[in-house]
Design a protein around this ligand. Sequence first.
Ligand code: SF4
Ligand code: SF4
Length: 395
Amino acid sequence: MQFRSDQISGKQLSALGFGCMRFPNRGGRIDVDASERLVLAAVEGGVNYFDTAYAYSGNEIALGEIFARNPGLRDRINIATKLPLPRCQSADDFDRYLTRSLKRLGTDHVDYYLVHNVTSADVWARLKELGFKKWASRQKSAGRIGRIGFSYHGPEGDFPILLDSYSWDFCQIQYNYMNEHYQAGTAGLEAAAERGVPVIVMEPLLGGKLAADLPDDAKAVLEGAGTEADPVRLALRWIWNRPEVTLVLSGMNTMDQLEQNITTADGALPGTLEADEARAVELAREAIARNYKVPCTGCGYCLPCPQGVNIPMCFAAYNTSFAHGWYQGMHQYVTASGVMEGNARFASDCVRCGACVEKCPQHIDIPDELASVKRRLQVPGLPRIVRLGTRLMMR
Ligand code: SF4
Ligand code: SF4
């Protein structure tokens, strides 16, 4: 296994991290026996970082059960779990959820603790008001938390603001060859590295869309690119090629996936992507992008919208719905709406004020294209359902 340094703590982390969210399922429930086999094989293969979250149903409990069955296992690895931010109304809630996570995991400390799904700089303002800074340093002093970080799903422009808002020990971003200019993107990866903040990468395969679900023309391009690299290996090697990446999380739920990823991680040192591999990625990216309908680069120059519409995220979801299927686009559309902040805004909230149009370097007719987004992704009643769901979740 290749190890990379968490440059703040000095810990050596396996370049491949285990995303427990996709533990194997049986009958709608986590298959703990199958998950245990995977976890043990991963540890045997050198993986020492396991990522879960309070909000992943049954996930922390399953991991805790695996630890209970295997004495000594917990101390051989790093656990990362996450604070369910939308449910927190006070510092007491921070305490309550951390305590529950520790109990579920059967441990007295979490090595890496993340504020889950930060989507804008405003979220940080709310956290600060709730007394997060004091609370976090108390937990670190008490040894209940090792390192404090955040997982990010907001616009590119807010990411450096977040990085500079607190002395974060690490951050977690969505990053893959299709998301260089989406959310934190390459600019965010480099901004974190400049500040010496370790970067954990999530969604390296865009929820599997860069693996088995590649569009046919992208598959054909890869087959004809003269490289023997398969899509998963290529996508992962492209990320590990960046020295700024500390580790890549993969949600592996079969032994074959695990073994292949361990082998890939081992040889994927920074700067070792071959020229033919880089070319194959470029061709695959172009083929996927040909399925995109709006030429939005995600630069964010059009923001802020006075109505709170997350314009680039709406277009990213819309494009995804053509390149990778309607369901994936829809899922992205709801996530991008700001649902986790309790203030969901949709393409339908555009009032055509025109404030964004002049700012777009791609000359996109933003209000018209948002209307297309609405027609394709906004099923009747969606805003009402999402807002109701958010209210229930925040109780
Ligand atoms: S035209 Fe629509 S999207 Fe653009 S700034 Fe105005 S309300 Fe926002
Ligand atoms: S300014 Fe244009 S290209 Fe940039 S994010 Fe907004 S819509 Fe996309």
